[in-house]
Design a binder for this molecule. Sequence first.
Ligand SMILES: Nc1ncnc2c1ncn2[C@@H]1O[C@H](COP(=O)(O)OP(=O)(O)OP(=O)(O)O)[C@@H](O)[C@H]1O
Length: 591
Amino acid sequence: MFTDSTLLFVALSGIFAFSFYAVLVAGQLSLGQAGFAALAAYTSAVLAPDPAEAGDAVTLAVALGTGVVVGAVAAVLLGLPTMRLRGVFLAIATLGFAEAVRILLVNAEWTGGAQGMSVPKIVTPGVAWVLLAVVAYLFWRQGPTRYGRALAAIREDELAARATGIDVGAHRLAAFVTAGAVSGAYGALLAFTMRFIDPGLFDFASAIDGLVMAVVGGSTVWFGPVLGGAFLTLVPELQRAVGLEAGWIRPFLAGLLLLAVILFRPGGLASFFPAGRGTRPLSRVQASGARGDTAADDGPGAPGGSGADTNPAGANLAGTVQASVQPHRRRAQVGAGDVVARLAGVSKDYGGVHALRGVDLELRAGEIVGLIGPNGAGKTTCVNILSGLVPPSGGAVEVLGIDPVRTPVHRVAAAGVARTFQHAKLFGRLSVLDNVLAGAHLVTRGTFLRRLLWLPSARWDERAAVVHATACLERVGIADKAGLAAGELSYGDQRRVEIARALAADPALLILDEPAAGMNRVEAAALGDLITSLASDGLTILLIEHDVGLVMRTCDRITVLDFGAVIASGDPAHVRDHPDVVTAYLGTEAD
Ligand SMILES: Nc1ncnc2c1ncn2[C@@H]1O[C@H](COP(=O)(O)OP(=O)(O)OP(=O)(O)O)[C@@H](O)[C@H]1O
């Protein structure tokens, strides 16, 4: 039914769509792919040897190698200054790059300008489909790995991803360079397919076309770009088959489909298939028991069992952390009673608002310290300063031997600080298990490259990570919901998943920002028991909570803030009876 040329272009479109998918999975909107492809097409056309002399295979190999390298290098050069940009700003900057490349190519002599350049046709449908399969394989294997989960986490909530120790800048750049390499491969293939290349092949419409194919096909499932590429390439063929030759139909249909996907079917065409539906876990779930199963790989049983506890603070999660899920990061050694965190004379101003005024706070290893105060007292600001999210306006801060003011957020996390947020910040479209696996980023090894080669060690590491994550879920009593989408959970359950995600990083300091919000009395009581048991494992905990009863029951010491200043600090009995605290919460008789 389809001609060779149709089959060839279906494969090429799929590869181009994958270059958009590469960044969409990390939540980035880049439109520079046509620029990378153009640079790669012209460079490979010039550098590859004549196939009449070198043979088709050699020419193709040199062209592809050149295309991939040129695309990747261009993406590094463009990515370094633009990776700070988000959303539409990144889209505009990258589109500007693609347009600049096209204009350069039109005006350069060596490219033949607008007239174009002739290139031998050596790409066959077989070659194009093999390369599409290779690219699809890369993205299929990438999904359920530590790297793939980190990209998905960044897409879902960048700030939470940083706080779990993911180096967002490096991951975004890696995704961008992957997009550059894939679009470079596409450019080289296109050059040796068309017989003739001109800058018009890489114009604005083609950049948008690739994006539409990726989004229509499905931008969060690995086979989405294949579907999108195939569908939109086949539309003109189908038109011909039914005798509708009008050229406007394809772009019109593409626009209509894009709108329909955005409005009604965010998962794209892939969501019509069981494997691409909804929030299918990246990693397979076997939630019950201490044994987990892992993604996509079947095979002989992995070494299970309990691992040694290398957590200096002693916070081994039920002894299920396996040897391959160990903190191999550099983390401050914390002995019992050591100072874990210290704020000295810290102030924070937001314009005219003095959120903190000369706050002193000290946390010692193994303590549960409560931080309470009326709304707007400055509690969350304190926590944000401790976890490196917000710089103070004055004073000194030290956490686990580092200065969070001068340290990127993911490094503060790597030092051993884990936190939850006042408004739960889960990776909503990921499963509960994947959320916690993403939380284990710092204590797990990368598996992507080993998964590409089907090395058993990758399977063992992934399995160990799942066992570790499952233990964290069991610890907060929510392992039975491991396979559900995090965003669909009740508010109370979301908070528990957030705690499990924080525990998965095997932290030394756990900061809980209003963890009981949304929980009923029974759940809050269970939370109190959990906090106490975590502290008895050696974890240091800073608890911000409006449920004063919970704070009084669980904390060793309590600091009370009001209007940004410490008004009382000491053990629960001292704080409860402190006249300033009573006044702050209940007001004076005159009030
Ligand atoms: N990013 C910001 N920009 C401007 N003002 C801010 C910002 N963050 C906090 N504030 C202000 O700083 C003060 C302290 O806020 P913060 O959220 O730290 O208090 P809180 O004790 O955590 O309050 P709540 O219990 O209501 O969460 C408030 O007056 C708040 O409006």
